[in-house]
Design a protein around this ligand. Structure first.
Ligand code: PGA
Length: 253
């Protein structure tokens, strides 16, 4: 055990310069909860300015290209994100897997590219409601994870985020039992690929995590933090989640 809780905000396509005050406020909350690793994955336009006002929070990107440079209009490489101040990046978010047609192989390549650029990765996986209703969630998500996990994945640069697609932005979350079952299945899948390293790798829960449900979710043995969308947009809403993570770490110590 001994995995440090990781709580990351995903701002998606939200955030203008006016919101840098929130970045700063969240950076202060992070400083007040040093046992928790806190970060914000900002829209690319805010990464540079956000890095200057991040306090104790890290700044991440939400996507990167798998190549270093080239004729890819509209894309950003991991090196570019790193130069702008990002130290993490999200890969494989369902909003990109679905809307942008990203494949498991693309996500493995992007994650590798990020690692080569010295950036840590939050690799997202998750099932549709149809898959869950069919009783296949664990199998499908574990397969997705193994197909998008880079061969040399290690806990010091990669974390996994389990995000049931039907829970994202909907206010609905799976039962705590279902989350526990899924996270245990993902840890077992990781162990089948990377052996003992799986025990060190953080597996975050994402999808409608908020200040009311964070403590219960993070009390689950294999839930090592959260990837938080809507509730990360302000320090007021994000702070209780960071607080819950700190309390869980203290309780486990
Ligand atoms: P949500 O988003 O917390 O708003 O559900 C989570 C995510 O998509 O990462």
């Amino acid at each position: 055990m001994g995995r440090r809780k990781l709580v990351v905000g995903n701002w998606k396509m939200n955030g203008m310069r006016a919101h840098l005050d929130e970045v700063e406020a969240i950076g202060r909350v992070a400083a007040a909860h040093p046992s928790v690793e806190v970060g914000l994955c900002l829209p690319a336009t805010l990464i540079m300015a956000g890095s200057e006002r991040r306090g104790a929070a890290f700044i991440g990107g939400q996507n990167c290209h798998m190549d270093i440079s080239g004729a890819y209009t509209g894309s950003l490489s991991a090196e570019m994100l790193a130069e702008a101040g990002a130290t993490w990046v999200i890969t494989g978010h369902s909003e990109r897997r679905e809307a942008r047609g990203e494949t498991n192989a693309d996500i493995a390549s992007k994650s590798e590219a990020a690692h080569k650029a010295g950036i840590n990765v939050i690799l997202c996986v998750g099932e549709t409601l149809a898959v869950r209703d069919a009783g296949k969630a664990e199998q499908v998500v574990a397969d997705q994870l193994l197909a998008s996990l880079p061969d040399d994945a290690a806990a010091d640069w990669l974390a996994v985020a389990y995000e049931p697609i039907w829970a994202i932005g909907t206010g609905r979350i799976p039962t705590l039992e279902a989350v526990a079952t899924m996270h245990a299945a993902l840890r077992a899948a990781l162990a089948s690929r990377i052996g003992a390293e799986a025990d060190k790798m953080r597996i975050l829960y994402g999808g409608s995590m908020n200040g009311d449900n964070a403590a219960d979710l993070m009390a689950i043995a294999d839930v090592d933090g959260g990837l938080v969308g809507g509730a990360s947009l302000s320090a007021k809403k994000f702070a209780p989640i960071i607080e819950a993570a700190e309390q869980r770490m203290a309780a486990a110590a």
